[in-house]
Ligand binder design. Structure first.
Ligand SMILES: Cc1ncc(COP(=O)(O)O)c(C=O)c1O
Length: 191
């Protein structure tokens, strides 16, 4: 499968980069176009362009093996998976989250009628500061939605401890670190 091989073994490519690479986060160039069009041809040959096509299922299965999890569900985009996770867990009321993320993080809460309660971040990691979480917990708090900003894992052990003590849902948003930090991939950590 193209995606997995490509992520794990990025190859040099003739693609011309149009953005200046960030010194600490160099951009991984996209695969050469013919590699992609080969797969497109197969999709066209099968005449199945919508949900649950062969590549869709294969990618889910390969990702599940790679991440060592029982199930993976592909979504059309990054905000949809958050909306679905919140609905699957039937999260309501208030959720503690970080103000330092793409706006989709708090939008997903808002779209589910959940009030985002912002807690400050750590200056070094830019992640949610777990030591500030407890003082933001109210009787309406039902969960924590934390993000691994720029692919740097947030303090998962401490955050887990707090959710265990207060019986909260815990959701990690892994849009940034995917394929870099295998340990923090799980979007829904605890039901
Ligand atoms: C941290 C984070 N979460 C969620 C999203 C939303 O992803 P999408 O634009 O695919 O809905 C993004 C997109 O950049 C993101 O950076």
């Amino acid at each position: 499968m193209l995606f997995i091989d490509y992520e794990l073994n990025p190859k040099p490519t003739t693609h011309v980069q149009t953005q200046t690479p960030h010194p600490r986060h160099p951009a991984v160039p996209p695969p050469p176009l013919p590699e992609v069009t080969t797969f497109m041809q197969e999709i066209w040959d099968r005449k199945w362009l919508t949900n649950s096509g062969a590549f869709h299922k294969e990618l889910e299965a390969q990702l599940a093996r790679y991440l060592d999890v029982p199930y993976v569900a592909l979504c059309a985009n990054g905000i949809l998976d958050l909306v679905i996770a919140l609905q699957v867990l039937r999260v309501t009321g208030e959720v503690i989250t970080t103000p330092f993320s793409f706006v989709a993080t708090s939008h997903a809460l808002w779209w589910n009628n959940i009030r985002p309660v912002f807690v400050d971040i750590e200056p070094e990691s830019c992640n949610l500061d777990p030591e500030k979480v407890e003082s933001a917990i109210t009787p309406k708090t039902t969960g924590i939605l934390s993000v691994h900003v720029y692919g740097h894992p947030c303090k998962v052990d401490r955050i887990q401890e707090i959710t265990d003590i207060y019986g909260l849902h815990l959701i990690y948003e892994g849009a940034f670190p995917f394929s870099r930090l295998k340990k923090v991939y799980l979007l829904v950590e605890k039901a």
